[in-house]
Ligand binder design. Structure first.
Ligand code: AKB
Length: 338
C-alpha cells in the first residue's frame, strides 16, 4: 500500500513556508504545487515538487495517478489588491483553480475509499461592510453577517466556501454515491497575517508586515492606509497551528464549514507605535491609497471566533503584546541582524 501524502498548493507563499516546515517535522510525506519552483530550503522538505498552475487539470491528474493524497492544504490564491487589477485572472486562479482542486479531492477520495480532508484558507475579505460608521457599530462580526464582499478576491473566497460546502454534502444528498467521494471540507477565515520570516505581496493588509519589516531594515515606510485603520490580525505561527489543529479535529465536533479566526485588532497607529519602541529610528509617513483604503474599510474591525474556540479548540498563543515581544521583534531582529 502506498504511503498517504499531503498536497500543498501555493506552497511557496507565506503560509506555505511555515506549514511545510511543520508538516515535515511531523514526518508527513509532502507533495507541493506552485507556479514557481520551491526555495531550496523548502525543496529539501518535500517528497515531490510540481511546478505549474492549479488551473492545469492535466497536471492535477498526474498527481492523482502518482500519489495517494489524504489531506489537501489549498493555499494558492491571488490576494485582494492584486485581484482588483486582474479580476478575470483572479477568478480563474481563485475560483476555477479551487473547483479543480475540489474535483481532484473528490476523485482521490473515491479511488482510495475514504474522504480527503480539504483545508481552505478563506479570509476576512469575505465580509463587506458598507461604510465606516457601520464597521464601527458592527463590533465582533459573526460568520453569517455582512457576507457582501466588495472585492473580486472577497467574492471568490466567499463563493469557494460555498463550493466547499457543496462538495462536502453533494454526494450524500444524491444518495447514490459512496461517502468516500465527499470532500471533508474545512475552512478558516483568516484575518491579516504577519510573519517574521516572509513578506506578503498583493494583499491589502500588507501595511502591517511591510511597516514592521521596513523598520527592522532601517528603511522609511509610507503607509497606504490611515493611522486609525483597524482590522484583525494574527501571527503566522498561530495561523499554522490553527490549520493543523482544524485538519486533525474530530469531524463530529465541527458544526460549520467556515470558521472565523482572530488574535488581536490593532490600528495601524498601534502597530507603528510598538514598532517605533523597538526600532527608534523608524520613519513612517502616511499617504492613503484610496482604493486599498476602501478595501480595508469594508473589512470588519473585529470578528467573533467563538465557534472555532468551542468546536476545535482554536487558541492563538500571541495577543498583540506577545506577538511583538515574543515573536515578531526578536525573530525580525535576528533576521536582519539588528
Ligand atoms: C489580503 O490582504 O488580501 C489578505 C487577506 C486579508 O486575505 N491578506
Amino acid at each position: 500500500m502506498r504511503a498517504t501524502t499531503v498536497l500543498v498548493t501555493g506552497a511557496n507563499g507565506e503560509i506555505g513556508h511555515g506549514l511545510l516546515t511543520r508538516l515535515a517535522e511531523d514526518g508527513r510525506s509532502i507533495v507541493t504545487l506552485d507556479v514557481a519552483p520551491l526555495e531550496p530550503a523548502l525543496a529539501g522538505l518535500v517528497r515531490r515538487e510540481f511546478t505549474g498552475s492549479i488551473t492545469d487539470r492535466a497536471l492535477l491528474e498526474r498527481i492523482l495517478a502518482e500519489f495517494e493524497i489524504d489531506l489537501v492544504f489549498h493555499l494558492a490564491a491571488l490576494l485582494s489588491t492584486r485581484a482588483e487589477f486582474t479580476p478575470v485572472t483572479a477568478h480563474q486562479v481563485n475560483v476555477d483553480g479551487t473547483l479543480n482542486l475540489l474535483e481532484f479531492a473528490h476523485h482521490e477520495g473515491e479511488s482510495h475509499g475514504r474522504p480527503v480532508v480539504f483545508l481552505y484558507p478563506s479570509s476576512i475579505a469575505a465580509y463587506g461592510l458598507p461604510d465606516l460608521e457601520t464597521k464601527m457599530r458592527a463590533k465582533r462580526v459573526r460568520e453569517e453577517e455582512w457576507n457582501t464582499p466588495t472585492t473580486m478576491y472577497g467574492c471568490n473566497k466567499l463563493y469557494c466556501e460555498h463550493l466547499g460546502r457543496y462538495y462536502a454534502r453533494h454526494y450524500k444528498q444524491l444518495g447514490a454515491e459512496s461517502p468516500a467521494g465527499r470532500v471533508d471540507f474545512r475552512c478558516v477565515r483568516f484575518p491579516g497575517l504577519i510573519s517574521a520570516v516572509t513578506l506578503p505581496s498583493g494583499g491589502s493588509s500588507d501595511y502591517a508586515p511591510e511597516m514592521i519589516h521596513a523598520a527592522a531594515r532601517g528603511e522609511p515606510y509610507t503607509c497606504f492606509v490611515r493611522a486609525d485603520t483597524r482590522i484583525p490580525f494574527m501571527v503566522m505561527p498561530d495561523a499554522i497551528d490553527a490549520l493543523l489543529r482544524l485538519a486533525s479535529a474530530e469531524r463530529a465536533r465541527l458544526t460549520r464549514t467556515a470558521y472565523n479566526l482572530t488574535a488581536f485588532s490593532p490600528t495601524a497607529r498601534d502597530i507603528c507605535e510598538v514598532v517605533t519602541r523597538a526600532f527608534p529610528d523608524t520613519s513612517v509617513t502616511w499617504t492613503t491609497d484610496e482604493k486599498r483604503q476602501r478595501i480595508v474599510d469594508s473589512w470588519p474591525a473585529d470578528v467573533d471566533d467563538s465557534a472555532a474556540r468551542r468546536d476545535w479548540g482554536f487558541a492563538p498563543r500571541h495577543d498583540f503584546a506577545r506577538a511583538f515581544d515574543e515573536y515578531l521583534i526578536p525573530a525580525i531582529r535576528q533576521r536582519y541582524g539588528r
